[in-house]
Every structure is written in structure tokens, then in C-alpha cells.
Design a protein. Structure first.
Length: 243
């Protein structure tokens, strides 16, 4: 999609995997557009890509390409600090970030700020970014904040894909060794159903369950019954919510 903005010649070079020639053209374009983050990303892609069959090059040439890619990605991040993919890249563990950046040691405080920005810019994956913040707090030794965050996410449905892989269950076991995740989920579910029916004795169990499901899908936090939740039920069943 990025390439659609640029000359067809560049698109064809990428299409035919002529990355060396594409990188040369991108270098020329950067001379007149030195603050264009996309061009740095494209050149980094060229430096890290290999055509088929693989190019023949010395170890020094390979290292030079990789160093150029790291310089380009760091420069791109400088000019596009709100680029979602670049932000994700800078929240990677040091052993993974080292391949992409010349500054692989990103302080946890800065990662927390990056993750806040990602949750705002890329709301679909906000639960994954909050989970990553839980890992940051744990590594910083702030287990109180980590535990609070992870407990608020018990009912959250985490997205299946994001650039970094984290396990909610693993972190929950470490922070709450005396709790069982399945038991916690069942307890909160039962409390919700009980409170719903106590407040709405004329409603049926299936309506309480449906309302819980809809609220769970709509929130990134713990699910507690509130009278306003009947609006969710009215939306799904075409009923009129009580005033």
C-alpha cells in the first residue's frame, strides 16, 4: 500500500525483488525528502530482504546492510513517533529489538509510555498493550501495579496476534500464585448473574447471561453488574430498557 504513492518504477523493483536497485532509488528520494519516514522504512526493508536466489556477498557487506537498516528504522521512528508498527518494534524485548535498532535497551518507563500511546492509536489491540504493561511493571519490581492491572484484565479477551507474544496465564500465575484463574473467572461470572437476577427478578437466566457476555465483549476490565447494563440487553433483544 505504501508503494502506491511512489513511482511505478519503484513498485516494479519491489515486485521483482530487485532490492539493491530499489534501495539506490530510495536513497536518491531521501536526499529531497529527508524527513519522510516511509522512505526509511522501505529502504530498511530492502536492506533486510534477500532476492531468490540469495545474493552472494561477503560478511562485511551483510553487516553493512543490517547496520543501514537499523539506522533507517531509528530515523523513521524519529520522524514518525506515532507509527504503530515502529512503536510496537520499540516495545520488543532487548534480544529481539537489538536486530532492528541501534538502541535496543529501551527503559521500561519509556516502554510504558509507548504502550499507552499504542493503546490509544491501535485500540483493537489495547488489551495486548495493557498486558505488556503488566510485564513492564513486574520487571520494574512494582508488583502492586502489575497485580492490579492483571486482575482488571481477568475477563478481557486478548487479541490473537500482535508483534510480541505474551501470556496472560503465565503472568497471572506469577503475580497471583494463590489464585486459580478458572476459579476467579467462574466466581465473577456467578456474582454477576446473582446480582443481575436480584435486581431484575422478572428477567430470565438467559437474559442475565447474554447481558454478561455483551458487557464482557464491550469492556477491557472486570465485569460487574450495574443497572445501566440493561441497555446492552435492550440492544440485543429489541426490548425497552427500564427508566
Amino acid at each position: 500500500d505504501i508503494l502506491k504513492k511512489y513511482p511505478e518504477e519503484l513498485f516494479l523493483l519491489f515486485d521483482f525483488e530487485k532490492y539493491d536497485e530499489a534501495a539506490e532509488i530510495l536513497g536518491q528520494m531521501l536526499q529531497t525528502q529527508p524527513e519522510n519516514a516511509e522512505l526509511y522504512v522501505l529502504r530498511a526493508y530492502c536492506c533486510l530482504s534477500h532476492p531468490c536466489p540469495p545474493r552472494t556477498e561477503s560478511e562485511a557487506e551483510r553487516l553493512r546492510r543490517e547496520e543501514q537498516a537499523r539506522l533507517d528504522l531509528d530515523r523513521a521512528f524519529e520522524y514518525a513517533p506515532d507509527n504503530v508498527r515502529l512503536l510496537r518494534m520499540h516495545c520488543q524485548p532487548p534480544e529481539r529489538l537489538r536486530h532492528w535498532s541501534n538502541q535496543p535497551e529501551i527503559p521500561f518507563e519509556k516502554q510504558l509510555a509507548f504502550l499507552d500511546r499504542l493503546a490509544e492509536l491501535d485500540a483493537e489491540y489495547a488489551p495486548a498493550y495493557r498486558l505488556a504493561q503488566g510485564y513492564c511493571y513486574e520487571h520494574m519490581g512494582d508488583t502492586t501495579r502489575a497485580r492490579m492491572l492483571i486482575n482488571n484484565m481477568i475477563h478481557t479477551e486478548l487479541p490473537k496476534t500482535v508483534d510480541f507474544e505474551l501470556s496472560f496465564e503465565e503472568l497471572f500465575r506469577r503475580l497471583e500464585p494463590d489464585k486459580d484463574l478458572k476459579t476467579e473467572l467462574e466466581r465473577d461470572y456467578k456474582n454477576y448473574i446473582r446480582d443481575f437476577i436480584a435486581d431484575n427478578p422478572k428477567k430470565k437466566f438467559r437474559q442475565a447471561q447474554l447481558c454478561w457476555k455483551r458487557k464482557r465483549a464491550a469492556t477491557a476490565g472486570m465485569v460487574h453488574y450495574e443497572r445501566e447494563d440493561l441497555q446492552l440487553l435492550a440492544t440485543s433483544l429489541g426490548e425497552r430498557a427500564p427508566s
